[in-house]
Design a binder for this molecule. Structure first.
Ligand code: UTP
Length: 297
């Protein structure tokens, strides 16, 4: 493997979905603004971008998603109120929410699938590799998930996605990869070369139990593949179809993620994320653990 690709500077965060798994909470509030402990879900993804060296975040938004734009905008009235009341730490926290990132917004007028949402960002991304982060997925591990994928992409020149082992009875909820270990890589047994992907297969038809988590670093060719992908069930354009074309061209790696993935767009996944992130929180963790122990479950 040799280093041969452009630097990854941009990340696309598609946030235009309808969030039907989380109704009624998501009827008027974007799913990505649901709060885990003290931050909206989308802020976890933006912080991962900052920790991964991303310079420019592109949100693909839709109707009813204004709260996301407001969250990452400056709030001068709030900041001066906090300053006047001596709450300097809170004022700084509000001021630094987007961590100096450049932020752009584009619209997906109709929720026509994740692949379609990514395609909506094509002009803003241009001809360079870029990251995609699902805003309802929290990745918590020893290194920022997106940074690891950027390193793989920059070293190999190919796309890279994170996968995790999922129980057989849950493979029908994931994109599942058919992949073989890549020899002599610095990621050891965790790096696999993807031969194919299957979207939400039955347990019998699944080529493995390695499910796609929601973090991707992709070369710009993916836009050509998505632009020529025919809509599937429900008129949606799936990102998986574009990934299959990358895999056919021998340009896609999967990396088994070393940390924990929370699908917080799902009610149970959201509860797991809330409990585990609260237990890890430096200010709340100790008291919360005492509270949970007291429940005598
Ligand atoms: P999901 O499939 O989890 O989101 O897509 P959804 O469609 O909103 O959720 P459910 O299944 O109905 O509950 C993952 C991410 O991709 C975005 C979503 O906003 C979410 O952050 N997405 C999905 C789009 O931006 N556009 C789409 O057409 C579909």
């Amino acid at each position: 493997m040799t280093g041969k690709t452009k630097k990854v500077r941009k990340a696309v965060l598609p946030v235009a979905g309808l969030g039907t798994r989380f109704l009624p909470a998501t009827k008027a509030i974007p799913k990505e603004m649901l709060t885990v402990v003290d931050k909206p879900l989308i802020q976890y993804a933006v912080e991962e971008c900052i920790a991964s060296g991303i310079e420019h975040v592109i949100f693909v938004t839709g109707r009813r998603k204004n709260a996301i734009e407001d969250h990452f905008d400056l709030a001068p009235e709030l900041e001066s109120f906090l300053e006047q009341h001596g709450k300097h730490d809170a004022a700084r926290m509000v001021h630094e929410i987007s961590g100096g990132l450049r932020i752009s917004y584009t619209r997906q007028s109709e929720a026509l699938g994740l692949g379609h949402a990514v395609l909506c960002a094509a002009e803003l991304v241009g001809d360079e590799p870029f990251a995609v982060l699902l805003g309802d997925v929290i990745m918590d591990g020893p290194v920022p998930a997106t940074r690891e994928l950027i390193e793989i992409c920059e070293e190999t020149g190919a796309g890279a996605i994170h996968v995790e082992r999922v129980p057989r009875e849950r493979v029908h909820l994931y994109g599942i990869v058919d992949a073989a270990p890549e020899k002599n890589s610095r990621w050891g047994d965790r790096l696999l070369r993807v031969k194919n992907l299957v979207e939400k297969p039955s347990a019998e038809k699944a080529p493995s139990n390695l499910g796609v988590t929601g973090r991707y670093v992709l070369p710009p060719e993916i836009f050509d593949y998505l632009a020529t992908t025919k809509p599937g069930t429900g008129g949606e354009i799936q990102l998986t179809d574009g990934l299959c074309r990358l895999a056919e061209a021998n340009k896609l790696f999967a990396c088994i993620y070393e940390g924990k993935t929370y699908d917080a767009g799902d009610k149970l996944g959201f509860l797991e994320a809330t409990v585990e992130m609260a237990l890890k929180n430096p200010k709340l963790g100790k008291d919360f653990r005492t509270y949970l122990r007291g429940l005598n479950l």
